[in-house]
Write a protein that binds this ligand. Sequence first.
Ligand SMILES: NC(=O)c1ccc[n+]([C@@H]2O[C@H](COP(=O)([O-])OP(=O)(O)OC[C@H]3O[C@@H](n4cnc5c(N)ncnc54)[C@H](O)[C@@H]3O)[C@@H](O)[C@H]2O)c1
Length: 254
Amino acid sequence: MSRKVAIVTGGASGIGLATCKRFADLGWNVISADLSHTSGDTAPEPDTRTVGVRVDVTDEGDIRRLRDVAEKLFGRVDTVVTSAGTADNAPIRHTTPDRFRRTLELNLVSTFAVVREFVDLLAGDGGGSVVTIASVSGLRGSVDRAAYSASKGGVVALTTQLAIELAGEGIRVNCVAPGSTLTPLASRAQSPEMQSAILQSIPLSRYAEPAEIAEVVTFVAGPGAGFVTGQTWTVDGGQSMTAGWNLAKERHDS
Ligand SMILES: NC(=O)c1ccc[n+]([C@@H]2O[C@H](COP(=O)([O-])OP(=O)(O)OC[C@H]3O[C@@H](n4cnc5c(N)ncnc54)[C@H](O)[C@@H]3O)[C@@H](O)[C@H]2O)c1
């Protein structure tokens, strides 16, 4: 039987990169789809299970090309993980409607567009799975994150909707909602002061390692979770149980 195939958007960094590595360790072929890849589209060497494809997930033409590359290279897709995304920490007065739209475009609309493009391939092999990536900020309030929280709350709702709609075709759709995770994104978006305030809100008293999120993503994607669909798996060291970091301010990118 041929190897299973996973598509991971945002696969060049952080949670997406750790997910690609974990799938490869499990013996899957992986296509990492990321804006920062420069080349790709060639079949991976036998011992290199991940191929990188340059994709802007906000561009429908790029997403179609990604689907074509997957079909050409492997002829099947078993799982799609949508990890491409961004943080957006700003108070309402700094969040113009245009900025709000851009955050929704990258975090929410692209999640929908990528899954939509792969539905036929996933269904073709009798059904596969989708794992969307939200955030604890999509589940409860936090400071200065109107656009980000709205986008991630949207991902949670979209997951439920798609799980119901696609269940009949054997496609499971689940969501992983990470808490604060040590990735380049977190370093960019959070000042050291913010990070120490966040730490105080995490019962397990540390940030997650990307590999700890990837472990849950690959489990939910795989046959061990074969009867699980429409669920949001919170992986946050207990962060979402607490009241949060009320007054700490994050860095505001203009
Ligand atoms: N790090 C955290 O604390 C944290 C917490 C909760 C949720 N998340 C979510 O997890 C996901 C991954 O975040 P991360 O921390 O690994 O970030 P990261 O910045 O390390 O990785 C994100 C990747 O997405 C890619 N990307 C960005 N825009 C893209 C586009 N238009 N098209 C294709 N690729 C694009 C980037 O090039 C990068 O490789 C994001 O959706 C983020 O919101 C992260």
